[in-house]
Ligand binder design. Sequence first.
Ligand code: SPV
Ligand code: MN
Length: 625
Amino acid sequence: MYRNSQEFLKTRLKDEHFNKLNKICNPYVEKFLAEHISLCNPADIFICDGSNEDINYIKEQAIITGEEKKLKISGHTVHFDGYDDQARDKENTKFLVPKDIYFDPNLNKIDREEGLREIKSIMKDIMQGHTMYILFFCLGPTNSIFSIPCIQITDSPYVAHSEILLYRQGYKEFQNMKNQESFFKFVHSEGELENGVSKNIDKRRIYIDLEEDIVYSANTQYGGNTIGLKKLAMRLAIKRGSKEGWLTEHMFLMGVLGPNNRKTYFTGAFPSLCGKTSTSMLPGEKIVGDDISYLRVKNDKVYAVNVEKGMFGIVGGIKEKDAPILWKVLNTPNEIIFSNILVTEDNLPFWEGKGEVPEKGFNYSGEWYKGKKDKQGKEIPPSHKNARFTLSLEILPNVDENLHNPDGVEVGGIIYGGRDSDTSVPVEESFDWTHGIITKGASLESETTAATLGKVGVRKFNPMSNLDFLSISIGKYIENNLKFGEKAKKLPKIFSVNYFLKDENGNFLNDKADKSVWIKWMELRCHNDVDALKIPTGYIPLYEDLKKLFKHILDKEYKEEDYVKQFTLRIPENLARIDRIINIYKTKVPDTPEILFKVLTDQKRRLEDARAKYGDYVSPFKFIS
Ligand code: SPV
Ligand code: MN
């Protein structure tokens, strides 16, 4: 037995690494590390102090261990996750909840004692023969009220390398912090490997301990399960923000340029695969972040930061025409980790939509050839639908100058988007904060795509696109959003967008490029530079304004008939949605704030009145009084 953590650490760490810890001099850090070194029992331990030397060592290890392989273009590497380890494992991601504590039945949980026992038995000696990497990061910009220091333990140099690209180094934050316990902790092990991938997938677990701010992740490699600071930290941060009065959102953050070089910042929440990254990367605008934002009220205004500093984006569908900036970046020498793409015979990455499909190559299923089938007889695509790229935003030509600003940026507008073929108009402004939070954020639904198993086109309820990451009850979360608005005098406007609206024959009503027009219209609305038309569900653009914007931005003639098709108010679909949403909150969310029912019922009444006057499908021109 060792009398204290320090003594134990001295026996396990080489002097060089022990000294790095000594410079932090925090007993809580030492205790956490000692406990988990003792539990996981690695062969070797490497502490990364954020220096170039340490970072380069980790990158080299990723290559030496084979977790990453070099591709043809300098700086590009590829990593493969196991065949059955290609996405977030929702089923085995659970909160550890003490007995007698109320926890939203919509969220996945396990009794805390039982869960800790299980995960500790799975992780006992799990790093035997592996090197444990210990890294210090900071969520949000450093030296900021937004920032949360974090420690990541992992035995995967790929995970460590990914985090180095995605997050700001935090060793100095830890040195300045001294004696505090307020940091988040992540313990990851890929477990036993077979052909370089996690073998014991049946023992894959992601357990979240909100009591101690620790997340455990075992027997998996896929980023969404293992990169602690990404979706795992989101759960801890939602809980902390709920206590402290700020928000953790599944939102991009971008600067939109207006007249006379004015810049207005927008956050946007969209479910996966619904155009979130492509919006944040719109040509001509500036990106701060593409996935997660923290929002706080300061000086009566709303400010946001990007929690991250890199991108773990979906690579499928990236083409020169639709995503010119990413296309160029992904095809030039840059530090990029590709995951689960196809490696061609020329040692280049191939992803869905890149061009002609190669005859053969290597992918997450091993040697791949056209027509290859899995055990169930299903054809294996060359590149997985969820294949990704990881890079640091600093390499992007359109990165915003405020990426690392410790004050964050003032938010002018908030956008909610989903995949909706038949209900919402392409862009709409809410009447006010409460109306926006309730009818746009809390009512968000998205249709499933061919990328997920099961029926295509099934609507999934996903409030603020944040359902997968909530660690507090849905009702409390909605209430926090509503209350947040009461704290600021100058509130962002709230908008919805729908890039997926179709006509009665199933054809999309908009081009991908049209997003640029919607965002510019929203920017103008934030400054009341254009008027809008009031309809029962919100404010929509006037035809004349859109006509000008289409011409100016896309050099396109925007026809009146297209405007009418896109902005026709579809009353039966809107009413049906309200009924679905009310029903979900009534039957599944016992702590729903009462105001939600009132706002939705008022909207229903407005729609019914409009239907009595104009019929089921109403041209926007009917609303010009
Ligand atoms: C998402 O699915 O929303 C992602 C990728 O951003 S993951 O890290 O898997 O969550
Ligand atoms: Mn995401």
